[in-house]
Design a protein around this ligand. Structure first.
Ligand SMILES: *Cc1c(COP(=O)(O)O)cnc(C)c1O
Length: 394
C-alpha cells in the first residue's frame, strides 16, 4: 500500500495534540437564540445572525415564494445564462442602502474578496493590508500577485510609514482593511486610513462583513458610522451575517462594479446566489429599512452582556462591537472552557490558531438581537460557573 497520504494522519494527530483540531457540532434546528446541537437544546452564542433574520418569518416567506416562482438553482453563471430580475433588484437596493451608486452580488463574502482584489491590482502593483485582515482578503491579495505590504493593526501612522518605505516601487496602490475585525471586535480607524490613502492616491477598500447591519444608522455599515460617504472606493459585504442569508456584495464606484462584471473571476466562472437567497436578502433589506428596532436591540444586548462579563472579571479584549472575545490564553484551555459551557447548556466555540494568533485562544461570544434578557442572564450564569470552576475568574 502506498504511503503517500500518511503525512495527513500525522498532521491531524499534531492538531489534536495541540488542541487545534476542529470538531464540528451538528445542528438540527433553525437558527435562533436556542439551537438543537448534537441532540441537545442549548443557548446559541456562536452565530453571526446578529439581527435574528436567519429565521425571521418575513425573510423565510420571501424565500419560499421565490422557490415557487424561480425554483431552486441558478442553472449557470450569469454572463452565460442571464440573470434574474431579483438579482438586479437586490443590487440596486443594496447600493441605495449603502448610499453608493452601484453594487454587484457574489456567492459569498469570501468570493467577493477573491474576485475584487485581483481585478483591481496585479504584479506591478502594491497592496497595503492590515496585518489582521480576514483570510479571504489575504487569499485575494495572493491571487493578485501584487507586492503585499502589511501594516501594524489599525495603525494609520504605520500605514503612512509603509507608503514612505515603498515610494515609487509600485504602479497602482490598494489599501485594504477589515471594518470590524472578526476575532477581536475592534473597529478600523477608517477616517484616518482614508486620509493616508487619499494622500497617496491609493484605491481604498474596506471589508464590512461584520459592520453591515451592526454599525452606522440602522446598520448601514462602517462608511456610514464614520460619515465617509463617497470617499471609500470599494466596500465588500456579506449577506451571511446580519442579513441572515448567504451571499456577498461589492458596493461603491460604478466603474468598479462594471469591471467586476467583466473581470471578477467568481462572477464569471461560478453560479450566482440562488433566487430564494436573493429574495430573502431583499426581505431582510425591507426589515432594515423599515425600522432600527433590531439594530437597537442588538446594541442593548451587547452593552448589557459585555458589562456583566467584565463585572464577573473576564477579559473581553479590545472589543467595541457585539463580537465578544473571552481571552483564555492557550488553546486547550479554550477548548475545555467550550466543552464545559456545552455541558451547562451554552454553545460558544473556542477559537485557536490559525484563526487567532498562538497563545491568544479564546471563546468568542456573538451577541444577537434574537437573545432575550433571560437568555443573556442564563448565559452569564454558565460563564460564571465555568469560569470559577476552571480558575479563570475568582
Ligand atoms: C465572514 C467574513 C467574510 C466571508 O463572508 P462569507 O459570506 O461567509 O463568505 C469575509 N470577510 C470578513 C471580514 C468576514 O468576517
Amino acid at each position: 500500500m502506498s504511503k503517500k497520504l500518511n503525512w495527513i494522519q500525522d498532521e491531524l494527530h499534531n492538531l489534536q495534540k495541540a488542541g487545534l483540531y476542529n470538531r464540528i457540532r451538528t445542528i438540527s434546528s433553525a437558527q435562533g437564540a436556542r439551537l438543537i446541537v448534537d441532540g441537545k437544546s442549548v443557548l446559541n452564542f456562536c452565530s453571526n445572525n446578529y439581527l435574528g433574520l436567519a429565521n425571521h418569518p418575513q425573510v423565510v416567506a420571501a424565500a419560499a415564494k421565490a422557490v415557487e416562482t424561480f425554483g431552486v438553482g441558478p442553472a449557470a453563471v450569469r454572463t452565460i445564462a442571464g440573470t434574474t430580475d431579483l438579482h438586479m433588484q437586490l443590487e440596486a437596493r443594496l447600493a441605495k442602502f449603502k448610499g453608493v451608486e452601484s453594487a454587484i452580488s457574489f456567492q459569498s463574502g469570501f468570493n467577493a474578496n477573491i474576485a475584487t482584489i485581483p481585478a483591481l491590482v496585479g504584479k506591478e502593483d502594491a497592496i497595503f493590508s492590515d496585518e489582521l485582515n480576514h483570510a479571504s482578503i489575504i487569499d485575494g491579495c495572493r491571487l493578485a500577485g501584487s507586492r503585499i505590504v502589511r501594516y501594524t493593526h489599525c495603525n494609520p501612522n504605520d500605514l503612512e510609514r509603509a507608503f514612505q518605505d515603498e515610494k515609487e516601487k509600485y504602479g497602482r496602490a490598494l489599501v485594504i482593511t477589515d471594518g470590524v475585525f472578526s476575532m477581536d471586535g475592534d473597529i478600523a480607524p477608517l477616517d484616518e486610513i482614508y486620509a493616508v490613502a487619499k494622500n497617496h492616491d491609493a484605491i481604498l477598500m474596506v471589508d464590512d462583513a461584520h459592520g453591515e447591519g451592526v454599525l452606522g444608522k440602522g446598520g448601514r455599515g462602517i462608511v456610514d458610522h464614520f460619515g465617509l460617504h463617497g470617499k471609500v472606493d470599494v466596500e465588500i459585504g456579506t449577506l451571511s451575517k446580519a442579513f441572515g442569508v448567504v451571499g456577498g456584495v461589492v458596493a461603491g464606484n460604478p466603474l468598479v462594479v462594471e469591471w467586476l462584471e467583466q473581470r471578477g473571476r467568481p462572477f464569471l466562472f461560478s453560479s450566482a446566489m440562488t433566487a430564494p437567497d436573493t429574495a430573502a436578502c431583499l426581505a431582510a433589506l425591507d426589515i432594515l429599512e423599515a425600522s432600527t428596532e433590531l439594530v437597537d436591540k442588538l446594541w442593548d444586548n451587547t452593552h448589557y452582556f459585555k458589562g456583566e462579563l467584565r463585572n464577573l472579571g473576564f477579559d473581553t479584549g479590545q472589543s467595541v462591537t457585539p463580537i465578544t472575545p473571552i481571552m483564555l490564553g492557550e488553546a486547550p484551555m479554550a477548548q475545555q472552557f467550550s466543552r464545559e459551557l456545552f455541558e451547562n447548556g451554552v454553545f460558544a466555540m473556542a477559537l485557536g490558531f490559525p484563526t487567532v494568533p498562538r497563545g491568544k485562544a479564546r471563546i468568542r461570544v456573538m451577541i444577537s438581537a434574537a437573545h432575550s434578557r433571560q437568555d443573556l442572564d442564563e448565559g452569564l450564569q454558565a460563564f460564571a460557573f465555568v469560569g470559577k470552576k476552571l480558575g479563570v475568574i475568582q
